[in-house]
Design a protein around this ligand. Structure first.
Ligand SMILES: *Cc1c(COP(=O)(O)O)cnc(C)c1O
Length: 241
């Protein structure tokens, strides 16, 4: 079996699990999109993943992503249309905004005003609008990035003037050591925050998406309303080095 076939098999397995989770929740599988998180794999495996039909790629550090981006999307001008869609899913340092914005279509980790301002400015230079997810630390775990739930409303209000940013949803991660019940509560909490926000004002109507769920917990995330799941290990694997 070639690596592409192996990746396609993994993809089918994941799609089946997504379909099952959607069925349990009374949702449509078309409403759940998959981001293949390639941070643990090589440039070559990332290429194979694209060849296997994975359209959305996620990376969490610019330092590690740069070589992959250049190899896969950097070499031809037509790349942006034909190639994969890149998602920046890790915490984003303000000094990396210049590199990331314009190369990565989506940013999933908008968590502070200084970052919003930097993305906005860069977007204006490039004459683009950057769809962003606002990262929320639903669990309140110390080590996690993201806004506290009670900061969300004010934050959303304060980024509305930034025309280079289009907030399209919320993102969260469950704590690593959480049990199923705690994990589900985190995902449900993000959905409730989304519902509250969209009901608050028609200005926030576009903040619909929920980026939540990783290899270990995506089925639960889908049951709780995830519209984007970020899958590394289960989908493209994990390589040493
Ligand atoms: C690494 C990572 C993932 C994917 O993790 P897996 O457990 O391998 O699926 C998803 N989201 C973020 C933010 C990550 O950093």
């Amino acid at each position: 079996m070639t690596q592409v076939q192996e990746l396609q098999n993994r993809m089918s397995l994941v799609e089946q699990k997504i379909a099952d989770a959607c069925k349990r929740a009374g949702r449509r599988p078309e409403d759940v999109q998959i981001i293949a998180v390639t941070k643990y794999v090589s440039v070559d495996t990332t290429r194979q993943a694209v060849a296997a039909g994975m359209r959305n790629l996620g990376e969490n550090r610019w330092q590690d992503a740069a070589a992959k981006w250049s190899a896969i999307s950097g070499e031809n001008d037509a790349g942006a249309d034909a190639g994969p869609i890149w998602h920046f899913i890790g915490s984003l340092q303000t000094n990396k905004v210049k590199e990331v914005v314009g190369r990565f279509t989506y940013i999933h980790s908008l968590d502070r005003l200084s970052l919003a301002e930097a993305i906005h400015k860069r977007a204006l230079q490039l004459d683009i609008v950057v769809p962003c997810f606002i990262q929320v630390n639903v669990s309140g775990e110390q080590s996690k990035h993201g806004l506290a739930p009670q900061q969300l409303r004010e934050f959303v209000q304060s980024i509305m003037p930034y025309s280079g940013i289009k907030p399209i949803g919320l993102m969260t991660m469950a704590p690593l050591d959480a049990d199923d019940e705690q994990t589900r509560a985190v995902f449900r909490g993000l959905r409730v925050l989304r519902d509250e926000l969209t009901q608050l004002s028609s200005d926030y109507a576009d903040i619909q998406h929920l980026s939540m769920g990783m290899s270990g917990d995506f089925e639960m995330a889908i049951e709780e309303g995830a519209t984007w799941v970020r899958l590394g290990t289960i989908l493209v694997g994990k390589e040493e080095g």
